[in-house]
Design a protein around this ligand. Structure first.
Ligand SMILES: Cc1ncc(COP(=O)(O)O)c(C=O)c1O
Length: 395
């Protein structure tokens, strides 16, 4: 049977990382892979996570299953984190389950929506995070693209985006990046979120928010603006949350799938169905990462420690953004790269052609995917001069 399978294309980013590892040049730089790096080039375990893990190690006295919905303390704490001061008033309308990372949340929610409307279309931004596409396809939903990124202006093509969304209806699902849009770093502003929420209410399409970087853009509350603003305008929407980046828990696979409905009974119905979806998939989630998050969010000292560390990560990303833009300005004597300082989160697109990206790799050992998505957090402050000169040389 297995010989019937077709060869796969392989993951281009993973292949690039293999090439990076094999490159012997000491000046090599990896701005391709999407993980946060500190000033020593490491992706460290956060101190708050270490302390929570120690507590867990000392206190855990069973390894029995956690249940299909996962850790209930984690679920409640995540609703608080995502909805902030709105969480209390939304108590009856929001339901959440623990998932295996943000991808697990996205896939579970897509499967749930496919149960509701197998012929629905999921609209993703142009461009979007590469893995959105296989996730939508795996749920057997139709895929379409709405205009989003203006490459030349490094901004949102908001008029075209709304023109497209204003033609959608109840058979459509619109996938929006909650904050720190991947790969562009260009986010909706508050007025734009509000317009999208109003359009969703008018037209009846379902907003689906992917929140993978809460706290890494403008702050924990500001990055949740979009998710919270929807609650005031639309009767129903869903949110997929990842704890990979803001808790640095990548390999522990921690996430949350949330459904919001104006009617508490329907919200509960959606939760029941979500659990059937999960049961038919991996059945029960792992415990470790979610237990750690619940301990951090549930303890004042640990929470403060985590928030300070998260603020430090965001501060480092923003310092690197400023240093990059200033260096580009002084080296190239042009304001072409000013947008880097305006954008949010780890990524920006440098607007290079695939040929220029290949030259960067061959001549300067700088690794990024062909669309020139650059993980700003992958740079060391001492590498900025070299990086800017190399980009200047291939322009
Ligand atoms: C936009 C976006 N959504 C979701 C995820 C999910 O991440 P994970 O499944 O590792 O939690 C990522 C990770 O890179 C992402 O960039």
């Amino acid at each position: 049977m297995l010989e019937q399978l077709q060869p796969t294309a392989g993951d281009a980013l993973l292949a690039l990382m293999g090439q990076f590892r094999a490159d012997p040049r000491p000046t090599k730089i990896d701005v391709g892979v999407g993980v946060y790096r500190d000033e020593h080039g490491r992706t460290p375990v956060m101190a708050a996570v270490k302390q929570a893990e120690q507590q867990l190690f000392n206190e855990q006295d069973t390894k029995t299953y956690v249940g299909i919905a996962g850790d209930m303390k984690f679920n409640a704490a995540m609703v608080d984190l995502v909805f902030g001061e709105k969480a209390q008033s939304l108590q009856d309308r929001v339901r959440a389950v623990q998932t295996t990372g943000g991808c697990g949340a996205l896939r579970a929610l897509l499967d749930l929506l496919a149960l509701c409307k197998p012929d629905a279309t999921v609209w993703v931004s142009d461009p979007t995070w590469v893995n959105h596409i296989p996730l939508v396809k795996a749920a057997r939903l139709k895929l379409a693209v709405y205009p989003y990124f203006d490459k030349r202006g490094q901004a949102v093509r908001f008029n075209e985006m709304t023109e497209c969304l204003s033609k959608l209806g109840p058979n459509d699902i619109v996938l929006l990046h909650g904050a720190c849009h991947n790969p562009t770093g260009v986010d909706l502003n508050e007025a734009q979120w509000l317009s999208v929420a109003q359009l969703a209410a008018q037209r009846g399409f379902l907003p689906f928010i992917d929140l993978a970087y809460q706290g890494l853009g403008r702050g924990l509350d500001a990055d949740a603006f979009g998710v919270r603003c929807m609650a005031d305008h639309v009767p129903e929407y869903v949110v997929g949350v990842s704890c990979s980046k803001n808790f640095g828990l990548y390999r522990e696979r921690v996430g949350s799938a949330m459904v919001v409905h104006q009617d508490a009974k329907t919200a509960q119905l959606a939760l029941d169905n979500l659990m059937v979806v999960l049961r038919g998939n991996y059945s029960m989630p792992p415990d470790h990462g979610a237990n750690v998050v619940a301990r951090i969010l549930g303890n004042e000292d640990l929470r403060k420690l985590w928030q300070d560390e998260l603020n430090g990560m965001r501060g480092r990303i923003n310092d690197l953004r400023r240093a990059l833009f200033e260096n580009f300005r002084s080296h190239l004597r042009s304001d072409e790269f000013n947008y880097i300082a305006r954008q949010q989160g780890m990524f920006s697109m440098l607007g290079l052609s695939p040929e220029q990206v290949a030259m960067l790799r061959e001549r300067f050992a700088i690794y990024m995917p062909p669309d020139s998505r650059t993980n700003v957090a992958g740079l060391h402050i001492d590498q900025i001069d070299y990086f800017v000169q190399a980009v200047g040389a291939v322009l």
